[in-house]
Ligand binder design. Structure first.
Ligand code: IPE
Ligand code: IPE
Ligand code: MG
Length: 243
C-alpha cells in the first residue's frame, strides 16, 4: 500500500508497508558512530557528525510516513565516562543542532521534547532546550523525543520519589512522574551497530516493546533500513501475554 507523504518509487520497500499497522512510537538507540569513524581511520567525532545528519533524515522520514512519536537516545548518563574532548564535542554538536534545527522542526510541524536529567547539563544547553521546546510546542505531525543525559534507572528512581511524596502507589501514579507521561510506550525499539542490549534506555516503557537489532552502524542507517525494521515489526504477532 502507498504511504501518503512519500514520493512514489523513491523507497521501494515503502510499497510493502501496511499503513494501518504502523508502529506509532519508534525508539532508537543510535549506536556505532565511533566504530564507523574508526573503520574509515577518522576521529570518533566524525562519526557523531555523520550520525547527526542521519538522525535529521530519519526524523523527517518518520514524520512523512506517519510515525507519531520518535525517541532517539543521544547521550546516556553513562556517557559522562568518555574522554572530556568527546563529551565537549557532543555538547557542542547538541548546541549546534538545537540552534539550527529548531526552525526546521517548527516548519515541519514536529514538536521537540527532551527526556533526561537536564539540570546536570551546561546552563546554556538547558536554555537552548527550553527555547526549542517552547518554539516547537504546537507541532502536531510528530513528537520527537531526544533522550539526553538520560538513564532508565534514574528516571524510575525519580518517579518513585515523587510517587512516594504523593502517597499513591499505583502504576498510573508512577507513570505520571515519568519525564514525558503523555507519550505512549514504544511499539518498536531499534538498536544499530550489532550490540544486543538496552544500555539503561527506557526500562519502564519497553515492557512490551518489540525489539529489533541490526548490525548496520548508525551513520550507515537509512530510510530503507528503517523500513526494513518496520516490515519486520509488521510481521510479528504482539500477544501481550494473551493467546
Ligand atoms: C553512539 O555511538 C553515540 C553515542 C553514544 C553518543 P558510539 O559513540 O557509542 O559508537 P561506538 O559504539 O563506540 O561505535
Ligand atoms: C548507548 O550507547 C547510548 C547512546 C546511544 C546514546 P553506548 O555506546 O553508550 O552503550 P554501550 O556502552 O555500548 O552499552
Ligand atoms: Mg556505542
Amino acid at each position: 500500500m502507498r504511504i501518503e507523504g512519500l514520493k512514489k518509487g523513491l523507497f521501494p520497500l515503502a510499497e510493502k508497508i501496511n499503513p494501518e499497522r504502523l508502529p506509532l512510537h519508534v525508539a532508537i538507540i543510535m549506536d556505532g558512530n565511533g566504530r564507523w569513524a574508526k573503520k574509515r581511520k577518522l576521529p570518533r567525532v566524525k562519526g557523531h557528525e555523520k550520525g547527526t545528519e542521519v538522525l535529521r533524515k530519519i526524523i523527517e522520514f518518520s514524520a512523512n510516513i506517519g510515525i507519531k512519536y520518535l525517541t532517539a537516545f543521544a547521550f546516556s548518563k553513562e556517557n559522562w565516562g568518555r574522554p572530556e574532548e568527546e563529551i565537549n564535542f557532543l555538547m557542542n554538536l547538541l548546541r549546534r543542532y538545537l540552534r539550527k534545527e529548531t526552525k526546521n522542526l517548527k516548519r515541519n510541524r514536529i514538536k521537540l521534547s527532551i527526556a533526561g536529567d537536564r539540570e546536570e547539563l551546561p546552563i546554556d544547553v538547558q536554555e537552548l532546550m527550553r527555547k526549542a521546546e517552547e518554539e516547537t510546542k504546537k507541532g502536531e505531525r510528530m513528537e520527537l523525543i531526544l533522550a539526553i543525559n538520560y538513564g532508565g534507572r534514574s528516571e524510575i528512581m525519580r518517579a518513585a520519589k515523587f510517587m512516594s511524596q504523593e502517597g499513591e502507589f499505583t502504576q498510573e501514579a508512577f507513570r505520571r512522574h515519568l519525564f514525558l507521561p503523555h507519550v505512549q510506550d514504544p511499539d518498536l525499539l531499534i538498536r544499530t551497530s550489532g550490540e544486543q542490549r538496552i544500555s539503561n534506555f527506557l526500562l519502564w516503557q519497553i515492557a512490551y516493546t518489540e525489539l529489533y537489532f541490526t548490525p548496520v552502524l548508525w551513520p550507515d542507517f537509512s530510510e530503507e533500513e528503517f523500513l526494513k525494521a518496520i516490515l519486520d515489526y509488521q510481521g510479528r504477532e504482539r500477544r501481550f501475554g494473551r493467546i
